[in-house]
Design a protein around this ligand. Structure first.
Ligand code: 13P
Length: 334
């Protein structure tokens, strides 16, 4: 492992006021996103959309890294340049989603485990040759009265830690993503206690697997009430609950926490991130690694039409700029 390599990548990724664009939708997920704008998910449409995203003028002002999907890391822009080369040339670090999605965790009541450790080292070496410098692995936890079970938490934590250790051994920075879903009618307090248990399990496993905390990024969900819970909490309640949980569970050695958006509206995700950053100072950088909250306005401006590309790129740039301000606690909410 090259520590220098890990250091260089992490320093670029955590540049102050910048965040990560998650553009690593699997085939099934991008099909769902395209369906929202009535667009068929063909190879050509996926290539055109990713090219639109990655050629957004001056995206590097606010975006330090982009997470790609297996298909995308192997695709080229119209210019003939591969997407990872194009990103590198524009000052953005290419990364890759390496998990293979969710499979049932047998022995639980419909809980899931993330697949993909088999052959991971070889896949990482291949992706590295294509330009990837960091990787992402997502574990998912659903809240019900009985769940997540301790089995789901410990098993997913072990797998996240094994993935992270393998990444670091090959000089690839791991993004560790334990997502607690917003689905359900649980309270903010219930989400806080589940998020605490999940993060404690994750950091226990990371320590057991000797993952270097200085060379990883945590990508958690914010602490939020369930979507169906009434009333919804105000922005500052969410920010305080999120910071309380993180301060209890995340060692100061972790350089950066980059939140996922998790199905929040783009406005809510930015306002929450901003509020979180007004509570500082904290031991870590607090930034974003959004997919939906960054891409929704862009996708809806594009609608699959060439004549809308500039408008869609403007929407992406504007979203990245707002979230950059939110990383500094300087978002001016209307
Ligand atoms: P969202 O921001 O849409 O939750 O996606 C983040 C992500 O990378 C999911 O794995």
């Amino acid at each position: 492992m090259s520590r220098q390599e890990l250091n260089n990548t992490i320093n670029q990724l955590i540049a102050r006021g910048k965040g990560i664009l998650a553009a690593d939708e699997s085939s099934g997920t991008i099909e769902k996103r395209f369906a929202e704008i009535g667009l068929e998910s063909t190879v050509e449409n996926r290539q055109a959309y990713r090219e639109l995203l990655f050629t957004t003028p001056n995206l590097h002002d606010y975006i330090s890294g982009v997470i790609l999907f297996d298909e995308t890391i192997k695709q080229n822009a119209q210019s003939g340049q591969s997407f990872p080369q194009l990103l590198l040339a524009s000052g953005i670090v290419p990364g890759i989603k390496v998990d293979k999605g969710l499979v049932p965790l047998v022995g639980t009541n419909n809980e899931s485990i993330t697949d993909g450790l088999d052959g991971l080292a070889q896949r990482l070496m291949d992706y590295k040759k294509l330009g990837a410098q960091f990787a992402k692995w997502r574990a998912v936890f659903t809240i019900t009265d009985e769940q997540p079970s301790s089995l789901a938490m410990t098993e997913n934590a072990q797998i996240l830690a094994r993935y992270a250790a393998i990444c670091q051994s090959l000089g690839v920075v791991p993004i560790v993503e334990p997502e607690v879903l917003m689905d359900g009618n649980h309270s903010l307090q219930r989400c806080a206690s589940v998020s605490t248990a999940v993060l404690q399990a994750v950091f226990l496993a990371l320590e057991a697997h000797q993952v270097i905390l200085e060379h990883m990024i945590l990508k958690p969900s914010m602490v939020l009430p369930g979507k169906a819970h009434q009333p919804q909490n105000d922005v500052m309640d969410v920010a305080r609950a999120t910071i309380d949980v993180l301060r209890k569970c995340v060692p100061a050695a972790v350089p950066s926490i980059n939140f996922l958006s998790g199905g929040q509206s783009p406005e809510a995700a930015s306002e929450h991130l901003n509020a979180i950053n007004t509570l500082g100072p904290q031991p870590w950088n607090l930034s974003f690694s959004f997919a939906r909250a960054l891409q929704e306005p862009c996708l809806h401006a594009w609608l699959g039409k060439q004549e809308n590309v500039a408008l869609a790129q403007k929407a992406l740039y504007q979203g990245a700029k707002l979230n950059s301000a939110a990383c500094l606690g300087k978002l001016h909410v209307k």
